[in-house]
Design a protein around this ligand. Structure first.
Ligand SMILES: O=C(O)CCC(=O)C(=O)O
Length: 260
């Protein structure tokens, strides 16, 4: 099995400071070309191999299919089953960026996908990831890497900037793969919303309390995202939040439960 190559995201000091400042202020930043075209080609090969060889042996909770019963909606905990994805999540250049944003030593918690296949890809309800992660302090983030182009039409992720300060109440959604939804859906002004229009290899990094969502994919084009989820080593699971999550998620395949 090939291991993910090492890379360096070259940034000068002002660019670096701006990235950290933007993340602190907005709770989401874009990192264009985080992954090179040739590495994206490798990721696609690895994903096809994973779906062919690993998926048939996964426990039910580590895979969610779309309503057609065939296409893959999500793959969870891929780092547990495949060295390639574990190595990708531990790539030094990515850990370096994430460490600066988290303000602590980054620990890889999960590698997962939101495949959003052409025509069948379902939407993702408004949520904050810390309703799943239950971490205190909420120093966790997700690196969302575009494997396909994400366009206005094929269900890009939308982020409401400046929403990290409070974890809003969530309830069970009944949606396999996204068991939690914000109890009260919010309409954010267009100027507060960042839409992740991305080319393959571009990434968005969002804080675990940034409100985000995405619409279904009715186009003929896939919109797969590979997600690397990290916490800072100083976070701890909040038992009260964990209890709320456990109750809400009980009936559904749990997403993003890195077992912390
Ligand atoms: O890919 C999507 O549509 C949703 C992604 C998401 O919920 C996340 O990045 O936490």
């Amino acid at each position: 099995m090939t291991s993910a190559p090492k890379h360096t995201v070259m940034r000068d000091a002002p660019e670096w400071r701006k990235l950290v400042d933007d993340y602190r202020r907005n709770g989401v930043v874009a990192v264009p070309r985080l992954v090179s075209p040739s590495d994206i080609a490798d990721v696609r090969v690895a994903l096809r191999r994973y779906i062919r060889d690993t998926v048939p042996h996964l426990p039910p909770g580590d895979l969610v299919r779309e309503a057609d019963g065939v296409s893959v909606r999500n793959l969870w905990r891929m780092e547990k089953y495949d060295d390639y994805f574990a190595a990708l999540g531990n790539r030094e250049d990515i850990l370096h960026v994430v460490g600066a944003l988290l303000g602590g030593k980054p620990v890889l918690c999960a590698v997962e996908t939101f495949n959003k296949p052409a025509r069948h890809g379902s939407g993702v309800p408004q949520h904050q990831d810390n309703a799943y992660f239950c971490q205190d302090p909420p120093d966790m983030c997700t690196v969302w890497i575009a494997i396909d182009a994400a366009t206005e039409q094929n269900g890009p992720v939308q982020y409401a900037r400046g929403t990290t300060h409070t974890l809003l109440p969530h309830r069970a959604s009944g949606i396999p793969g996204n068991s939690m939804v914000m109890s009260q859906l919010r309409e954010y002004p267009a100027e507060q919303v960042t839409t992740a229009i991305l080319e393959p290899g571009d990434a968005m990094i969002h804080h675990c309390q940034t409100v985000h969502w995405s619409t279904p994919n009715h186009t003929d084009y896939n919109r797969c995202g590979l997600l690397l989820v990290y916490r800072a080593s100083h976070t701890r699971t909040d038992p009260a939040l964990r209890e709320l999550y456990t109750q809400a998620a009980a009936a559904f395949a749990a997403r993003q439960d890195p077992g912390m």
